[in-house]
Design a binder for this molecule. Structure first.
Ligand code: PGA
Length: 252
């Protein structure tokens, strides 16, 4: 059975105290819930990770970073490495988010190196893929996602690929209030699972969690998560309020 996951990507938001309150409220709410094979991940800014892992230790929250450097250590001023994250009990890291692709020029080859470094240190990548609007309009979306998977992930041996969580995030849906329809999400998730089956095995494809991201909120989550190949969500804006985030977890 593959894991069903709701992960909150807080991006560059919240003061320290607000962040502490948010994660504490999520931890409290989870105490009363049966999670079964569901997993709840929060990805706060780097500077709050220690606080987050402290709270998470006492709860069932998993903590992820929003980024990681592709090197293990060295003269990279301002950067954070995979071994540093691992030493702070961080379990996941988001790699390849469209905002990093766009604002920091991170391309598929560079993201491949980040994936390798993360996995070498036992950090699970939440690997984001997805097309921009002109690519969908030109009906290139399947090709774009296929290339992203091939160039950043498909070099991995099966045992390492099994550590990766995929997040399909159509860029036109991120932060816009326009989510992909459940049908559009299912179509792409089914396609991605097919690519994995072809590259690896049908069993590995069935075991891989594929999350949807892009304007997913408490109102639309249930319908999106009901699709057979949608195994949860990577949530931006709607993860910043504990109550809404918990509603989304309950939709899983
Ligand atoms: P959003 O962001 O939920 O605010 O659209 C999702 C994401 O960027 O991961």
């Amino acid at each position: 059975m593959r894991k069903r996951i709701v992960a909150g990507n807080w991006k560059m938001n919240k003061s320290f105290f607000e962040a502490e309150e948010l994660i504490a409220d999520i931890a409290d709410a989870l105490e009363e819930m049966e999670l079964d094979n569901r997993e709840v991940v929060v990805c706060p800014p780097y500077v709050y990770l220690e606080m987050a892992t402290d709270i998470a230790e006492e709860s069932r929250i998993r903590v992820g970073a929003q980024n990681v450097n592709d090197h293990e250590s060295g003269a990279f001023t301002g950067e954070i490495s995979a071994p540093m994250l691992k030493s702070m009990e961080v379990d996941y890291c988001i790699i390849g988010h469209s905002e990093r692709r766009k604002y920091y020029a991170e391309d598929n080859a560079f993201l491949k190196r980040k994936v390798d470094t993360a996995l070498a240190h036992d950090l699970k990548p939440i690997f984001c893929c997805g097309e921009v609007l002109p690519e969908r309009e030109a009906e290139q979306h399947f090709k774009v996602v296929k290339t992203q998977m091939e160039e950043s992930l498909f070099h991995l041996p099966a045992d390492l690929f099994l550590q990766v969580v995929i997040a399909y995030e159509p860029v036109w849906a991120i932060g816009t209030g326009v989510n992909a329809t459940p049908e559009q999400a299912q179509e792409m998730h089914g396609y991605i699972r097919g690519l994995i089956a072809e590259k690896y095995t049908p069993d590995i494809a069935e075991t891989t969690s594929i999350l949807y991201g892009g304007s997913c909120n408490a109102k639309n989550a249930r319908e999106l998560f009901a699709q057979k190949d949608v195994d949860g969500g990577l949530i931006g804006g709607a993860s910043l309020k504990a109550e809404e985030f918990i509603q989304i977890v309950k939709s899983l």
